[in-house]
Design a protein around this ligand. Sequence first.
Ligand code: BDP
Length: 692
Amino acid sequence: EDGYDLWMRYRPLAKEAATALDRDAESVEMRGQSATLRVAADELRRGLAGLTGHAFAMGPSPHPILLATSADGDVGRLGLPLKDLGDEGYIVRQVRLGGRDVTLVTARTDRGVLYGSFALLRHIQTGGRLDRVALASTPRVKLRVLNHWDNLDGVVERGYAGQSLWDWWTLPDFKDPRYTDYARANASIGINGTVLNNVNAKPDSLSASYIAKAAALADVFRPYGIKVYLSARFSAPIELGKLKTADPLDPQVAAWWKAKSDEIYRAIPDFGGFLVKANSEGQPGPRDYHRSHAEGANMLAAAVAPHGGIVMWRAFVYADTDPDDRAKQAYTEFKPLDGKFAANVIVQVKNGAIDFQPREPFHPLFGAMPRTPLMLEFQITKEYLGFATHLAYLGPLFAETLGSETFAGSKRATVAQIVEGGVNRHALTGMAGVANIGRDRDWAGSTFNQANWFAFGRMAWDPTIGAQPVAREWAAMTFGPNPAIVAPVTDMMMGSREAVVDYMTPLGLAHVMATGHHYGPGPWVADLKRPEWNPVYYHRADKAGIGFDRTRTGSNAVAQYAPELARRLADPATTPERDLLWFHHVSWDRPMASGRSVWAEMVHDYDRGVGYVADMRQRWDGLRGQVDAERWTKTATYLGIQEREARWWRDASLAYWMSVNGRSLPAGAAAPAHDLDWYKAQRPAFAPGNPQ
Ligand code: BDP
């Protein structure tokens, strides 16, 4: 097995479960006709055939799995609580219908039936029985969208699973069957949108020939309930339209975008809309014309509004014009724009204020813009967490942000509640995940990276679901429902991201990686052009102490949080220790809750991280023979790499900190294997997905 089948492996169940399934389901029956119902029925038949080992007929039988929307008269008469399901929710239940016992998969729409079908398969794959099935779920977030950072030349920015899945060269004619499998995988976890191209967008992606290519993909994805979106380069009216300006208030510019949108909607009638990275890291934007982000976003929004489209406008901005604190810039720029965005604009905010670090406190914009829908952006591809090689299950990272209390408003909403829109009654809600998908046979670069794609989808559907249940589901679907595998695998996964935090950025450190590729350690880097590109800017270590002072005596970034939280974060004693050095510059000797000093605690954390990886290796060794050889071996090899590199991170970091603080290691801690100069001289091979 090479991992191609993801969590949709549908391998034969154990005998007893297979017999029970055969008794309770004899065929797949479908009421009505649509492409979506057909793919739902096909998936069930494929799944059941795999799980039982024999083909499943389409059509009526005494005990069918019945796919029908509530428009069906028989279903309507059952009086199920369908009203609350919205457009995408489902109910799966054993019911008595027309004198037969049927497993009913129903919803108000065909899309809901599709999601219900996948939920039923998940139920069976994780050990559930049909005779007791009672599933019902409605997504709590409306837009559940992947962001592909895929370039038109096939390279994926920060993509560690090979080349882009989209073969732009052979599109629109050749529709690689992988596109269909991609759509199946996404639909199975509730993802309903995909942005095809990089936020660092080329204007060409909006040219007629690329629109035709995107339309071909949209045709493949449509039955699976997945809409296509495009990243738009703000200056496209100049590059493609030969206008003199891209000023959003220029009528010719607005007219160009309107005509461009009309052209796209002619090819893709259900086109989702645009994603825009503007005035960030060199990208053009409205600020080039002294217009605000709102003016830029609203102009684009007006172009897609007649077609029901939306604009996802990113808040990831930082400029060298603000020497203050990079972590403050998005808030400083966007907070004053609250309430100024058009109704079909959603502002897309990264989970933390810097950039997808192994750990970041939640972004202060959550809770600070009550009159603006905010879309939460996570990074599924692990740019700062060891790429595809290191095993880091991101469920706990996602859950940590989602569960963070913002202290905003009277109800002290969590980030999840703000994203779900309820607090401020926004109808437009969304979660975006920067995809980790490429052309590798296993799609994501490693088996365990697949779990992060899976977790993103499941948590975008229900941000309160919890990281552990998701890990368990994924492990059962990926390795089979045997508890002797599921339990240890889930266990390994649950602590794996914390281990990365420990060996890379303990106690709230951030951005201490080497330049460019973001893979290895480089806390010593101090010579890059812009101050906020340098790790020394972030850790501020000196002989006396370490950490970034974000209180009143420093950048006062804490003041961007709601007052109650700001008060807590202003004091190291009431700041969670895991975020200590993010918010405070403290003495190396400051005592921690454990009784250890900051310095000793850091050493302890580095060692704990390395130890966790060594332990994962052992646990994985224990599963040899229980997991198929190909996936087992690749994972084992990667864990070996990870252990070596966790030590590299630990040793290089400690060698550097000791050169700054002049201290020796606490008793019992191993000395770094090499001296600091050796670590400084390390240059990893050319890193994949690294923009030059
Ligand atoms: C950073 C990446 C960079 C992206 C940027 C973004 O290093 O490649 O273009 O974020 O989100 O994480 O726009």
